[in-house]
Design a protein around this ligand. Structure first.
Ligand SMILES: C[S@@+](CC[C@H](N)C(=O)[O-])C[C@H]1O[C@@H](n2cnc3c(N)ncnc32)[C@H](O)[C@@H]1O
Length: 229
């Protein structure tokens, strides 16, 4: 876990570190993604901008939008007006898990009193739009409501090249759907984040099955240690 990498209260070592801390502080109240993973996400966006890796940034499974807002705020600070962040979500919460998703997924939906239940990850589209406006990143975001199975085939052409694809849909069918529809559009040098790889069996299965079917040999890298932060 890399939770102590960057604390907003620490004196920033540089202007860039200070900006990243401020960006994270803006998005953090609206995300369940841990601090270490947010820091890494920020660094990925910076790398895409620094090395001029073409394409938009996409998050599938945004909940209240915080991780997407972090990406959008870094675009805003860099005045990267030729790019935006696409936010895909049902805004109706998670679909029901299936046995393939594994015991942790099945336990999650039964444990509705858990502080990690978050009303089955249900968030409000209006709230996400409002927060984007309040954080000053509305012009850098495009929010698409609906089930991935319907929205991704419809929007993938409009999306074009993808520099960062952040998949955070938890279950097997959602993760597979994102890979099937969007992975081919991730450009050379682009980055793919699979948030739930260490959390849920079905997510891992979707990745391995898809890679195996397509004979993809991409190396997986844990950016936050085991389990994912
Ligand atoms: C764990 S939450 C995402 C967390 C978020 N990335 C954050 O920063 O806190 C999972 C999200 O995926 C969405 N989701 C999962 N499967 C989906 C599907 N098939 N279609 C649309 N949305 C889906 C849920 O609505 C939920 O908001």
């Amino acid at each position: 876990m890399e939770t102590s990498k960057l604390k907003t209260a620490d004196a920033p070592e540089s202007k860039e570190a200070g900006e990243l801390a401020a960006t994270i502080a803006g998005g953090e109240p609206f995300t369940m993604v841990g601090r270490g993973a947010l820091v890494d996400l920020g660094r990925m966006v910076r790398a895409v901008l620094t090395f001029d890796i073409p394409g938009d940034l996409v998050e599938c499974g945004v909940w209240r939008g915080g991780a997407s807002f972090l990406m959008a705020d870094l675009l805003r600070r860099a005045e990267a007006t030729d790019r935006k962040v696409w936010l895909f979500d049902s805004f109706e919460g998670l679909p029901p898990p299936r046995p393939v998703d594994g015991p942790a997924a099945l336990a999650y939906v039964q444990n509705t009193d858990s502080p990690d239940y978050y009303d089955n990850c249900r968030a409000s589209l209006e709230e996400v739009r409002r927060t984007a406006a309040e954080l000053g990143v509305a012009a850098y975001t495009e929010v698409i409501k609906g089930w991935f199975e319907q929205t991704l085939p419809l929007f993938r052409e409009r999306l074009g090249p993808i520099a960062i694809l952040r998949i955070d849909g938890d279950w097997y069918s959602s993760v597979r759907c994102c890979l099937e529809n969007l992975l081919d559009q991730v450009v050379e040098g682009g980055l793919v984040v699979v948030d739930d790889y260490y959390a849920f069996d079905g997510c891992r299965l979707a990745v391995h099955e898809f890679f195996s079917e397509r004979q993809l040999t991409y190396a997986l890298e844990s950016v936050t240690g085991l389990p994912a932060d």
